[in-house]
Design a binder for this molecule. Structure first.
Ligand SMILES: Nc1ncnc2c1ncn2[C@@H]1O[C@H](COP(=O)(O)OP(=O)(O)OP(=O)(O)O)[C@@H](O)[C@H]1O
Ligand SMILES: [Mg+2]
Length: 609
C-alpha cells in the first residue's frame, strides 16, 4: 500500500523533529477554545445552570467549617450533648445536599454535551465529504479518523469538567479566602503567600503540557493510520510476509506514543507535587502561628478549627486545578486539530450556471486543458499540458496512452474530482467550471480502475449511481449490461447480499462488473470509464462488450483502454502522450499513422516509456 504522507503541519513518524512546537508561540488556549462557542451556544443555558448548581454545592462545603466553629465555641465548650447532635445533623444535611447537587449537575450536562459531540462529529464528517480529492491525497486517513474520535471525546470531557470546574473552583477559592481573611486576616495572609509561585508554575506547565499533548494526539493519528493500512492491506501484509515489519512499525510508533504519554505523566506529577506541597506548607505554618495565638489567648479555639477546616476544604479545589488545566490543554489542542480540518479549503463553489447550453448537443470538448497535481514536486512537467479533444455527441471515444501518461487524471477532470489548472472542458457547450457540481455529477457517470464498493448490499452499491428514483428494473438492466446478473443471482441473497468492507468478499472481476453496472444504471448523458474491463477473462469481456455497446449507443462516452478489444468498442481513438493528444482517428488509421499507438496495441508489454 503506498505510504501516504501524514498531515502537513502535525509532525509525523517521518518527521523526527517531532519535538518541534506545532503550536504557534502566540497561541492562546482561551482563544482556541472560544472557537467551540458556536457548538456550545445551543446548550449554554444548561451549562450555565449546571455551573451555578456546582458553585452552590461547592460553597456549601465552605459552610461546614462555620458549623464546626459554632459547635466548638458553643455546645462543645458548654458540654451540651444536644447541641453537638444538632451540629452533627447539620453537617450530615450539608454533606447530603452537596452530593445531590453534584449529581444533579452531572445529569444536567450529560445529554446536551453528547449532543455537542455528535454535532461536531457530523460537521466533521460532512466537511470530509466536501473537501477536494487533493485534500484527501495529502492527509493520512488515520489522522482524520483520530480527529473524529479521540479529539472530540477530549473536547466533550473538557466541556463536562474543566470548563465548569475551573469556574467553580475559582469562585470557591475566592469565597474561601474571603472567609479565611474574615476569620483572621494575619493567618489568611500566610495562606495567600503560595498564590504567586503557584500561578507562575501553572502558566509554565500549561505551555509545556500543550506541546506534549499535541504531540501525543498526532501520534495517535499516525498509529491509527498504521493500523488502518495494515488491516486494509492485510492480503499484501500476509502475502509478502510483512507482518513482522508492520508489527515493528506499530511497535515503534506505539513506543513513541508511550514516551509522549510518560512525558505528559511526568509534567502532571510535577505540577501535582507543587500544587499539593506548597499549600500544605502554608497550612502548616498557619497551624503553628494559630496555635501560638490560641495559647496567648488572642484567638478562640473555634476560630482556629474553622480556619483550618476552611483551609482544608480549599485543598481539593486548589489541587484539582493541575489536572483541570491539563485537560483544558488537551481539549485546546484537540480543538486545534479539529479546526485544522474544518478550516481546510472546500472545493470552491461555482457561480450559478450562466454558460447555458448552446445550440443542442455538442458532446465533450477539451480546450487547451492542462493540469498538475498540487503536491507534484517543483519543476516537474504538468501531467496534462494543452489537451485538445472533441468527443462528438453520441460518440464513444477510446483514450489510449502509456501507463502514467495521465489517462486517469484526464478522466477525473470531467466530473471535477480535480480542477483543471488551465483551459476548459465543455459539456454540450457548457463550461463545467461554471456548472453546479451536483448537476455536473448527475450528468456524468464514472467507473474507475479500482472499483470501490461500500459495506452495503449489491443492489445498494449499484443503485448508488442513480438519483434514488431507480428501482428493480433499472438494477436488472444495469447488472445485465455488466454481465453481473449471473453471479449476483448465485449469491446467497441475490442483489440483497451484503458485500464486505470494500467488497473484498467478491473477486476483482466481480467488483469491476458491479462498478460498471453502477456507472450505467442511471443512463447518464456522459459516461467516463477508466479501463472498465481490465480484470475480466476474454469471454466475459466479450459478453460485457456486446451488452455495453447498447449502452454506449445512447451516451457520449470516454473510455480509457489498454487493450485492442476495449478499443473496438469505440468509434474513434485518441492517443495521449506527454501531456497532449498527439493523434485522433479510427483504430485502423492510428495503427497505420502512429508508431507509438501501434507499439501500445502490439501487446508487447505496457512498460513505462
Ligand atoms: N494524487 C497524485 N498526486 C501527484 N501525482 C499524481 C497523483 N496521481 C497520479 N499522479 C501522477 O500523474 C501521472 C499520471 O497518472 P495517471 O494515473 O493519470 O496515469 P494513467 O495514464 O492513468 O496510468 P495507468 O495506465 O497506469 O492507469 C503519473 O506520473 C502519476 O505519478
Ligand atoms: Mg490510470
Amino acid at each position: 500500500m503506498p505510504e501516504k504522507p501524514v498531515a502537513p503541519e502535525p509532525p509525523g513518524p517521518d518527521a523526527p523533529d517531532a519535538a518541534g512546537t506545532p503550536a504557534a508561540p502566540d497561541r492562546s488556549t482561551v482563544r482556541v477554545l472560544l472557537r467551540l462557542w458556536p457548538y456550545v451556544r445551543p446548550v449554554r443555558g444548561r451549562l450555565f445552570t449546571a455551573a451555578v448548581v456546582a458553585i452552590v454545592a461547592s460553597c456549601l462545603s465552605l459552610v461546614i467549617p462555620l458549623v464546626l466553629k459554632w459547635m466548638v465555641d458553643g455546645p462543645v465548650a458548654d458540654r451540651d450533648p444536644g447541641g453537638v447532635w444538632l451540629g452533627a445533623l447539620y453537617l450530615l444535611l450539608l454533606g447530603v445536599t452537596e452530593a445531590v447537587l453534584f449529581g444533579y449537575r452531572r445529569w444536567l450536562v450529560a445529554r446536551p454535551l453528547s449532543g455537542v459531540e455528535a454535532r461536531m462529529r457530523a460537521d466533521l464528517y460532512g466537511r470530509l465529504q466536501r473537501l477536494p480529492i487533493a485534500f484527501h491525497d495529502r492527509w493520512a486517513s488515520g489522522q482524520l479518523l483520530s480527529r473524529g474520535t479521540t479529539d472530540l471525546m477530549l473536547v466533550r470531557m473538557f466541556l463536562a469538567f474543566p470548563l465548569t470546574f475551573l469556574l467553580v473552583n475559582g469562585v470557591t477559592i475566592l469565597a474561601g479566602y474571603v472567609l479565611l481573611l474574615a476569620q483572621d486576616w494575619s493567618l489568611g495572609l500566610v495562606l495567600l503567600t503560595p498564590v504567586v509561585p503557584l500561578v507562575i508554575v501553572c502558566s509554565l506547565f500549561e505551555g509545556r503540557y500543550g506541546v506534549v499533548a499535541r504531540r501525543a494526539q498526532d501520534q495517535v493519528g499516525d498509529l491509527t493510520t498504521v493500523v488502518e493500512e495494515s488491516v486494509l492491506g492485510i492480503r499484501i501484509v500476509k502475502g509478502f510476509g510483512r507482518h513482522r515489519s508492520q508489527a515493528r512499525a506499530f511497535r515503534d510508533l506505539s513506543g513513541q506514543l508511550r514516551g509522549t504519554e510518560l512525558a505528559k505523566a511526568r509534567l502532571l506529577a510535577m505540577i501535582w507535587a507543587v500544587i499539593t506541597v506548597v499549600p500544605e506548607l502554608a497550612i502548616g505554618a498557619a497551624l503553628v502561628l494559630g496555635t501560638i495565638q490560641v495559647a496567648d489567648g488572642n484567638l478562640s479555639a473555634g476560630t482556629l478549627v474553622a480556619f483550618l477546616s476552611t483551609a482544608l476544604a480549599l485543598r481539593w479545589p486548589v489541587e484539582s486545578i493541575g489536572f483541570l488545566l491539563a485537560m483544558s490543554q488537551e481539549a485546546a489542542t484537540a480543538t486545534e486539530r479539529y479546526f485544522e480540518v474544518m478550516d481546510a479549503d472546500e472545493e470552491p463553489d461555482t457561480p450559478a450556471g450562466t454558460g447555458a447550453a448552446s445550440d443542442g448537443p455538442d458532446g465533450v470538448r477539451f480546450e487547451g486543458v492542462s493540469f498538475r497535481y498540487p503536491d507534484a514536486p517543483e519543476g516537474s512537467p504538468p501531467v496534462l499540458d494543452g489537451v485538445d479533444l472533441h468527443i462528438r455527441p453520441g460518440e464513444t471515444l477510446a483514450l489510449v496512452g502509456g501507463t502514467g501518461s495521465g489517462k486517469t487524471t484526464l478522466t477525473a477532470l470531467v466530473p471535477r474530482l480535480h480542477e483543471a489548472s488551465g483551459g476548459r472542458i465543455l459539456l454540450d457547450g457548457e463550461d463545467i467550471a461554471r456548472m453546479e457540481r451536483g448537476r455536473l455529477r448527475s450528468l456524468v457517470s464514472v467507473a474507475f480502475e479500482e472499483p470501490t464498493l461500500f459495506s452495503a448490499s449489491v443492489g445498494e452499491n449499484v443503485l448508488m449511481g442513480t438519483d434514488g428514483t431507480a428501482g428493480e428494473p433499472e438494477l436488472r438492466r444495469a447488472l445485465g449490461v455488466a454481465q453481473a446478473d449471473g453471479f449476483v443471482d448465485r449469491l446467497p441473497e441475490g442483489s440483497g447480499t451484503q458485500v464486505g468492507e470494500q467488497g473484498l468478499s467478491l473477486s476483482g472481476g466481480q467488483r469491476q462488473r458491479l462498478a460498471l453496472a453502477r456507472a450505467v444504471v442511471g443512463r447518464p448523458r456522459f459516461l467516463v470509464l477508466d479501463d472498465p474491463l481490465s480484470a475480466l477473462d476474454v469471454h466475459t469481456e466479450a459478453r460485457v462488450e456486446a451488452a455495453l455497446r447498447e449502452v454506449l449507443r445512447e451516451t457520449t462516452a470516454l473510455v480509457v483502454a489498454h487493450r485492442p478489444s476495449t478499443v473496438m468498442l469505440a468509434d474513434r481513438v485518441a492517443l495521449l502522450s506527454e501531456g497532449r493528444i498527439t493523434a485522433v482517428g479510427t483504430h485502423q488509421e492510428l495503427l497505420r499513422t502512429s508508431e507509438e499507438y501501434a507499439w501500445l496495441m502490439s501487446g508487447e508489454g505496457k512498460d513505462e516509456r
